[in-house]
Design a protein around this ligand. Structure first.
Ligand code: GLU
Length: 500
């Protein structure tokens, strides 16, 4: 038996109407995986025919998001390709020719009905409790007459001449066949009065012309799926393999993922936008791994798939249609794992922009030892700044009361800090073990728990209750700064005592 894999031609076809979110990015990812797995092509097509909904910033954000995720395309706007243009607004001529063909084949017609007539029609249908639909008035117009009206500049749309009889069967890879009675379908519009095609026509025409083999798209297209099949049949084109991907749900599992909900930290959510996840310090490999599992699984336990493994393991058979709740703790979990897998050098490079953005002048040489210290303690790259930003602060100003050791008075704390100051003055901070042993001994001599003494020192030196390991931190901060910060802390503790 031969096991030939046919190279897939797949496309991600966003409408540049808003920011790219994880729903769209997951679709792009599955397309990319299939293209890479089969040695095929991943195509980016901009569906920008609805000028009213265009957002000028969206296109750039789509490119940046895909690039950040590493989902690079083989054909698309800007880079071009054999099947271009890849921006639908530049393909008007192509659609016009196809629409002519469809009219000649008797599967489409010009409609001249005014908005007023259509509104009235809808009101009457509503009164009669009928679903809104076009009543087919212009369907009966002789073609030549309609043509001459069009030539005369009459405003018009082009509608599909949906068959009145029979049933249409639409085959989705993930579901049972969908069957609809044709007489329940409307004569839907293919070309709007501005001459632009609607999605139903442009996407189908392009998928055919661009020789797309598999269409992955959101399940919001399931209701109109039979219409798309009808267009294929009307042209006698071969259909691609269709897969309508599972719906993403809010983290609670209730309701379709809403952008507002998913950005609410109180609900355990972060953001649904790809570039926000980047800014929050997630790694693209973690985001890809996380998204891949929202609608696809390898088996019931394997979870960790870096991109090369994903490309190998991905399979159409294991895509599933059941709705998936977006789980941000899972993203944190994956991110932690991928962060720990980075080399210190790579982690340094990754965290550097976050330090810079926070206003710290952090060169890679000084960041390198810090990256090693924080690697096990962070869930996101941005966390590194939170716990290690103090390394780049000239002065730290912890609230004086925070300097008081656990279960101690200010006087006791000042005394402990003074003793530690003396002891540290005699130590070589590079000798981590010796420093630790010595400070633990000091705690014992002062009848303190090591945690009490270390707590005071941690606050004094880092200004934070949580920090990277204290002894290693002191070595990086350097002896003179460690000593001067402890001295400052002693002063503050003493003042605190006087002010009592
Ligand atoms: N432009 C459509 C959208 O953004 C694409 C759907 C498809 O992939 O066919 O929803």
């Amino acid at each position: 038996m031969t096991n030939a894999i046919h190279p897939a031609r797949v496309r991600f076809a966003p409408s540049p109407t808003g920011r790219l979110h994880i729903g769209g990015a997951r679709t792009a990812l599955y397309n990319y995986l299939l293209a890479k797995q089969t040695g095929g092509q991943f195509i980016l097509r901009l569906e920008d025919t609805d000028s009213k909904r265009l957002d000028p910033a969206a296109e750039g954000e789509i490119y940046d998001s895909l690039k950040w995720l590493g989902l690079t395309w083989d054909e698309g706007p800007m880079i071009g390709g054999e099947y271009g243009p890849y921006r639908q607004s530049e393909r008007k001529q192509i659609y016009n020719e196809l629409i002519q063909e469809l009219i000649e084949r008797g599967h489409a017609y010009y409609c001249f009905c005014s908005q007023e007539r259509l509104v009235k029609l809808r009101q009457e249908q509503k009164k009669r409790k009928e679903p809104p639909h076009y009543d087919g008035l212009c369907r009966k117009l002789p073609n030549e007459e309609a043509e001459s009206w069009v030539q005369g500049g009459e405003s018009h749309v082009v509608r599909f001449k949906t068959p009145k009889e029979g049933t249409t069967t639409a085959i989705d890879l993930l579901r049972d066949p969908i069957q609809v009675q044709n007489n329940t379908l409307d004569d839907f519009i293919l070309i709007k009065s501005d001459g632009m095609p609607v999605y139903h026509f442009a996407a189908i025409a392009d998928d055919h012309l661009m020789q797309i083999t598999h269409v992955f798209r959101g399940s919001e297209w399931l209701p109109t799926f039979p219409l798309h099949v009808l267009i294929y049949q009307a042209f006698e084109w071969q259909q691609p393999v269709w897969a309508h991907l599972s719906v993403l749900l809010n983290p609670t599992g209730k309701g379709k993922l809403s952008k507002r909900y998913a950005a609410d930290p109180k609900k355990g959510a972060k953001s649904v936008y790809v570039l926000d996840l980047q800014e929050m310090g997630y790694l693209p490999q973690a985001v890809n791994n996380w998204m891949a599992l929202m609608g696809w699984s390898y088996d019931d336990h394997s979870e960790l798939f870096a991109m090369p493994e994903l490309i190998k393991a991905f399979s159409l058979e294991k895509l599933h249609p059941s709705p998936a709740a977006v789980n941000f703790s899972k993203l944190d979990h994956f991110n932690g794992l991928y962060l720990r897998n980075l080399s210190i050098l790579e982690l340094t490079e990754r965290i550097q922009p976050y330090f810079e953005k926070a206003g710290y002048n952090a060169d890679s040489e000084s960041l390198l030892p810090i990256a090693a210290l924080v690697q096990k303690r962070i869930r996101t790259l941005a966390d590194a700044v939170e716990i290690a930003g103090f390394f780049f602060e000239e002065s730290i100003n912890p609230p004086p009361v925070d300097l008081i050791g656990k279960g101690m008075t200010a006087v006791e704390s000042a005394l402990a800090a003074e003793m530690a100051h003396k002891r540290i003055g005699l130590l070589d901070l590079a000798e981590h073990d010796a420093v630790e042993t010595d400070l633990r001994k000091l705690a014992e001599e002062l009848s303190l728990k090591a945690g009490q003494l270390f707590g005071i020192l941690r606050l004094a030196i880092t200004g934070q209750k949580v920090s990277p390991p204290l002894i290693a931190t002191m070595a990086i901060v350097g002896k003179s700064l460690v000593l001067s910060r402890i001295s400052e802390a002693i002063q503050k503790l003493k003042q605190l005592d006087h002010s009592k």
